[in-house]
Design a protein around this ligand. Structure first.
Ligand code: PLP
Length: 478
């Protein structure tokens, strides 16, 4: 059963098929429907009073802004505007979870008190402050537990970008000596690549960075990391899972090489946290970045794991928050949400990843079978269970994204729009794709709530859209 509570002031024109309307104690209107295969028991959920957010119903911040998520393959139109009438349900399939995920109801439920009743800041010594402090410390324990770390090794940040920047600038700027060297890969996220480039640019040649190539599946060779090390190497930074391909790097091997050479090792684990098991000791990392909005916590909150004893310069200067190491008033609701999401990830990771990878494999298999000349990238590499990246010769990825969006399916390309032109993805060109092949590639990333029905619909929608675009493409030889 799936339940959506609709504030009274909205009118339900007609329930979508399979849904029935029920009044709840004369106060609130609710829609009930069966959700085949749901492992979550239904619970009446009220957007007006925020009660019982235990069913997988999504809502946004106030009673004038409620939307049901795509759990059933339907999405209620968001009640973001006055006068918008509910009841015309449209099919929307969200396959862009590497971009961001919805906040889980349990996460939202945990956060809500810290916006209002428990609004204190963790720095105050009075009772409201102490309640906030206790909540932040509980979250620190939850995040540490999912990473196999100790709570005192977790610093809360504003997200993946800040965590990556803090690790990179913090290690390199703190290292002794004038000349320094960093080893990284060509397929890192911009949060790492641009930080490295800025180190080079601002140091007038004193800091050099080696950007290691990857193979055709996106994997870096650990021996190439070893060979790149110089006496001045102060940091090795290699991402755990790639955002575009899902490729999971051999961090354990690189961690051993870093330890043997006494070099700090950082990893951007923004795309692996919550998707595959993560243990900082098994991986041998000294620093590791995660971001809440990639695993069902809100945007704008993340964490940096810093192994005890690591000599790291702080990034921000200010008050005494987080022992002065990361000053700035703690985002208490966000941190509480991050902690809750970490706890859920720990509990559901095995089940989530088995279900998601089966659906991803089915999507990939069927798209490759139904779309002539299509091929999946990085299939032979160890990958996160939710990601597939497919090259569809003869189409422009951006045009396909728009065509699919019009049909109610959300996915993405790795292309970046700069100065009005579409740059091919640096990740796809690094694995050997020609610029036009990279531009013809799209990424589908599934989530915890992706359903078999959504995948069944996607394997109809995508081939039809590709065929349509190819008909218009002079470049595509039929
Ligand atoms: N690193 C990777 C691999 C990412 O995919 C992202 C976001 O897409 C980031 C870092 C940046 O994280 P945030 O959005 O929290 O700043």
């Amino acid at each position: 059963m799936q339940v959506v509570c609709i504030p009274e002031k909205y009118t339900l024109l007609e329930p979508p098929s399979g849904w029935s309307v029920q009044q709840n104690s004369g106060e609130h209107m609710q829609i009930f429907a069966d959700a085949p295969g749901s492992r979550h028991a239904a619970a009446p959920f009220c957007a007006c009073c925020w009660s019982v957010p235990s069913s997988r119903v999504y809502l946004r911040n106030s009673l004038t802004s409620v939307s049901r998520y795509t759990y059933m393959g339907y999405e209620g139109q968001a009640l973001g505007l006055e006068g918008l009438v509910l009841g015309r349900f449209s099919m929307r399939i969200y396959l862009d979870h590497n971009a961001t995920t919805p906040v889980e109801p349990e996460v939202l439920g945990a956060m809500l008190p810290y916006f209002s009743a428990d609004f204190g800041i963790a720095a105050s010594i009075h009772t409201p402050g102490q309640r906030a402090r206790a909540a932040v410390e509980t979250a620190r324990e939850q995040v540490a537990a999912v990473l196999g770390a100790r709570p005192q090794e977790i610093v809360f940040t504003s997200g993946g970008t800040e965590s990556d920047n803090h690790a990179i600038f913090g290690i390199v700027r703190n290292a002794p000596g004038r000349t320094k060297h960093v080893v990284t890969t060509q397929t890192e996220h911009e949060a790492v690549l641009n930080a490295c480039q800025s180190l080079e640019k601002d140091s007038a040649g004193a800091i050099e960075v080696t950007y290691l190539p990857v193979d055709s599946t996106g994997l870096v060779d650990p021996e190439a990391v070893r060979d790149a090390i110089r006496p001045q190497t102060t940091l090795i930074t290699v991402m755990h899972a790639n955002n575009e391909l899902g490729t999971v790097q051999p961090l354990e091997k690189i961690g051993k090489i870093a330890a043997q050479n006494d070099i700090y090792f950082h990893s951007d684990a923004v795309q692996s946290a919550g998707k595959i098991p993560l243990d900082v000791n098994t991986l041998g990392v000294d620093l590791l970045a995660i971001s809440g909005h990639k695993f069902y916590a809100p945007k704008g909150v993340g964490a940096l794991y810093i192994r005890g004893g690591t000599r790291l310069r702080q990034l921000l200067y200010g008050g005494h928050h987080q022992r002065g190491f990361r000053p700035g008033t703690e985002n208490v609701p966000g941190i509480v949400g991050l902690g809750k999401a970490a706890e859920l990830a720990r509990a559901f990771l095995a089940a989530d990843s088995a279900g998601v990878s089966a659906l991803r494999d089915q999507l990939e298999r069927e798209l490759l079978a139904r779309i002539p000349d299509s091929r999946a990238n990085a299939m032979a590499a160890p990958r996160t269970p939710n990601t597939t990246n497919i090259t569809l010769p003869g189409i422009e990825g951006e045009a396909l994204i728009i065509a699919l969006d019009l049909k109610g399916l959300s996915c993405s390309t790795g292309a970046a729009c700069s100065s009005g032109s579409v740059e091919p993805s640096h990740v796809l060109t690094a694995i050997g794709l020609a610029p036009e092949e990279a531009r013809a590639s799209v990424r589908f990333s599934l989530g915890r709530h992706t359903t078999p029905q959504e995948i069944a619909a996607a394997v109809e929608i995508v081939p039809a859209a590709v065929a349509q675009l190819r008909q218009l493409s002079p470049a595509y030889q039929k």
